[in-house]
Ligand binder design. Structure first.
Ligand SMILES: [Zn+2]
Length: 568
């Protein structure tokens, strides 16, 4: 490709609405352009990267015996009504009507469609196992689209579904996808971690996420360098290390705590430690209310709590008027004693003695509180968020935490959709049985952002060779010097003839502009043709190398081929 023909409106200025590195760089390097909130176009360079990512995914999925098909994005409501998800998706589903007033949506995910396709088209148990996939545009009306294509409202996903006649079959299909995902993310040049993930809400039996560690990631992960344990926050199991109790061993006593609303204010008012308190939070769980208690310095893990309560919708903090009604006090004084709703207590609170709680009375707390003696929990379970330094649930060493960008997810769905939609098969004995399913997603467009987050410097993007829009750029320093331009053309053509994805900067620009653009758009290697071309010498520079090296034309071309082919 000739740069003079390329639509490459690079930006020197950082766009004001871009908050994170990948978003800024993808805009500046003319990979993407914003069309509306969470909606992006891919310009030629960005599309080349996207297509290379898709190619790698396709190759590995096909190698794992998955078959590609393509579902529509415009879906009739009936597809989601049978499974109940027409209502469950709520505001995050883009819903629309056709001219006859019939309901449709723009597909947010395709479990139902794949299940229906198998119901309609597979006639014999002999056709299983089967894994189907597509690379498709999905739509979700995110409440807060942000970070460019990390959380957008239109995005490309690879979604795959496996269909098996037994749990052992599902285990095998899952393993094949798991292995394929490892190869995919390695080939994409991502530094990733596989973590155990929560599967409770969807009723499955096993689930893992592929996370790219990054400070801008929206998911918390807990991992252990000693034993290799890794889980996301929702799943990570908390092991408790009891803290010293308050010494007073007397009976529960009501104390006056005027104008004290937060744990911090209480700590200084009472001269106690945050771990001497247990805080009580009231939630709305579907159509009822519940209370949850954790130690004063801990956070409630709402996913663990939701799974424990068994509600359909996500938990919501109770409205202030309901808190007042349920506790007979202002917000900030809730406690378990005398509360007329189920109280879920974190198991760490069980290790506490003589602690302090809200008294369900404005400006009042109780001290010297003990579980069993002063109140009886509805349930005691692990409902807190794991923290850096907590004991690893597997080996006991201190756990580490990081933020991650979720790029892939593998999930044993089991029979949730096949049961709801009636996907059954007749086995050899003529018995009717339910098919068991797995689902496997990759956030294709999100992989681009994740790759840029992990591979950049102050000059721009450093694309891994496997997904770089071009593998090498040839730059004649002086566009008016015939010897330089002719030699550059020759090198460019030779590289193309050797199967290298080459770009030539044939624009009539100053060398500084050309070098800046080459670095910004992240081309992995460049060959600069300058004054020494008369002696047959060019400059060879890898994007990550601190400086360039002089080489003969032949050696430079050979080195590009070697460098690129070993990294594809
Ligand atoms: Zn460990």
């Amino acid at each position: 490709m000739r740069m003079s023909n390329l639509l490459l409106p690079t930006l020197r200025e950082v766009p004001a609405d871009a908050e994170i590195t990948s978003h800024k760089l993808m805009l500046r390097a003319a990979m993407i352009r914003r069309l509306g909130s969470g909606i992006y176009s891919y310009l030629p360079l960005g599309l080349r990267v996207l297509q290379k990512v898709e190619k790698i995914i396709r190759e590995e999925m096909n190698n794992a015996d998955a078959q590609e098909l393509l579902m529509p994005a415009l879906l009739p409501a009936e597809a989601y009504q049978a499974s109940g998800r027409w209502d469950v998706f709520g505001a995050s589903m883009f819903k629309l009507k056709d001219r006859y007033d019939r309901d449709y949506c723009l597909g947010p995910t395709h479990e139902e469609l794949f299940t229906q396709t198998v119901i309609d088209n597979v006639k014999s148990y002999k056709e299983y196992p089967m894994t189907l996939y597509q690379i498709q545009t999905k739509y979700r009306d995110e409440a807060r689209p942000r970070f460019g294509v990390i959380r957008s409202r239109e995005f490309v996903m690879k979604d795959a579904y496996s269909f098996d006649t037994s749990d052992e079959g599902l285990d095998e299909s899952y393993k094949k996808m798991y292995d394929a995902y490892n190869r995919i993310f390695e080939r994409l040049g991502l530094d990733f971690t596989v973590v155990d993930a929560d599967s409770g809400a969807m009723g499955g039996s096993g689930s893992q996420e592929f996370m790219v560690k990054s400070p801008v990631g929206e998911d918390g992960i807990a991992y252990c360098d000693c034993c290799g344990y890794a889980a996301n926050y929702e799943k990570a199991e908390c092991v408790n290390a009891p803290k010293p109790s308050a010494e007073d061993g007397g009976d529960m006593e009501k104390i006056h705590t005027p104008n004290v609303h937060t744990i911090e204010e209480l700590v200084s008012f009472l001269g106690a430690e945050p771990y001497n308190f247990a805080k009580t939070i009231i939630y709305k769980a579907d159509d009822k209310y519940i209370a949850a208690m954790v130690r004063g310095d801990r956070e409630i893990n709402e996913v663990k709590l939701k799974n424990l309560v068994g509600c359909t919708d996500d938990l919501e903090l109770a409205e202030p008027y309901m808190v007042r009604q349920l506790t007979n006090a202002e917000v900030g004084f809730a406690g378990p004693v005398g509360l007329d709703i189920p109280v879920y207590v974190d198991k760490e609170v069980e290790t506490m003695k003589n602690f302090i709680i809200g008294a369900n009375e404005t400006d009042m707390h109780y001290k010297n509180v003990n579980i069993g003696k002063d109140f009886t929990p509805h349930t005691v379970a692990d409902i807190r968020v794991i923290e850096e330094g907590d004991a690893c649930p597997r080996c006991g060493k201190p756990i580490k935490t990081a933020q991650g960008i979720e790029v892939g997810h593998v999930f044993k769905l089991g029979t949730k959709y096949s049961e709801a939609l009636g996907l059954t098969f007749q086995d050899e004995d003529g018995q009717s049985k339910v098919v068991t399913m797995g689902c496997y997603g990759i956030g294709v467009t999100r992989c681009l952002s994740a790759a840029v987050e992990q591979n950049n410097d102050e000059n721009g993007i450093i694309w891994p060779v496997s997904i770089a829009p071009f593998e090498v750029i040839v730059i004649p320093v002086n566009a008016k010097n015939e010897e330089q331009t002719e030699a550059a053309e020759k090198i460019y053509n030779e590289l193309k003839a050797k199967g290298i994805d080459a770009l030539i900067d044939d624009r009539n620009e100053r060398p500084g502009v050309k070098f800046k653009d080459a670095d910004l758009i992240g081309i992995p290697v460049r060959i600069v043709v300058g004054k020494k071309i008369g002696e047959g010498i060019v400059e060879y520079k890898e994007r990550t190398a601190p400086s360039s090296a002089e080489k003969t034309v032949g050696a430079a071309v050979d080195d590009v081929v070697k460098f690129v082919e070993s990294r594809r």
